[in-house]
Write a protein that binds this ligand. Structure first.
Ligand code: GAR
Length: 222
């Protein structure tokens, strides 16, 4: 794998809860050949279970509680920026981070911030994706890793994984099938961005294509 020790992108994982995707990213980044190193796990909730898992793995953690900021989203994000700067963060992976970010924050981190979403975008943006997929009667569901832009769940798609919806599925069984794919997909997509293998052409993310006049390569390592 390209990258290697000394040139790994310093990455923060932002969480709000359980942190199973975070754990998948930590496991991938435990390989010194993985092109991202996890420099920080940051939560907007002190009670996020993922914080304990990160600390147990020896990863620096920080909490910036969003609640005291109320509607002052810019103030909350400024406090997060201070933590990100303190840890020299270059890339952000949102992993079950349940706060909508401002246009200012998403623009500052454009091309350097990823999110995982539990549906095949652009189908089912927002919440309750598994229940909505079941109610719609779709036969395929899945997950998407995308770059974050100001529009919620709208940024350039990096990778997707599909699963069948099976007779008798409920929200829990379908969610578990999708989650297993999330844990496989997210480490792969973060590696592509961290290794500088993704170029953007407008709203399209291209993997391993030579940069053309309108393509901007992301996160070119050193
Ligand atoms: C994951 O399924 C993730 O895709 C979803 O929250 C869950 C977090 O689980 N994210 C969103 O819905 C974002 N809109 P985890 O904390 O175990 O990774």
């Amino acid at each position: 794998m390209s990258g290697g020790v000394g040139s790994r992108r310093r990455t923060a994982i932002l969480i709000s809860g359980r942190g199973s995707n975070m754990a998948a990213l930590l496991a991938a980044a435990a390989d010194p050949g993985y092109p991202a190193e996890i420099a920080l796990v940051l939560s907007n909730r002190a009670d996020a279970a993922g914080l304990g898992r990160a600390a147990a793995a020896g990863i620096p953690t920080a909490v910036v509680e969003s609640r005291p900021f109320g509607r002052d989203r810019a103030g909350f994000e400024a406090a997060m920026e201070a933590e990100l700067a303190r840890h020299g963060v270059e890339l952000i992976a949102l992993a079950g981070f349940m706060r909508v970010l401002t246009e200012g924050f998403t623009t500052r981190w454009a091309g350097r911030m990823l999110n995982i979403h539990p549906s095949l975008l652009p189908a089912f943006p927002g919440l309750d994706t598994h229940a909505r997929a079941l109610a719609a009667g779709v036969k395929l569901h899945g997950c998407t890793v995308h770059l974050v832009t100001p529009g919620v769940d709208e940024g350039p798609i990096l990778a997707q994984a599909a699963v069948p919806i099976l007779p008798g599925d409920d929200e829990a069984s379908l969610g578990a099938r999708v989650l297993a794919e999330e844990h496989r997909l997210y480490p792969a997509a973060l590696a592509w961005v961290a290794a500088g293998r993704v170029a953007l052409e407008g709203n399209l993310a291209r993997l391993d294509t030579p940069p053309g006049p309108s393509a901007e390569r992301l996160s070119n390592p050193g």
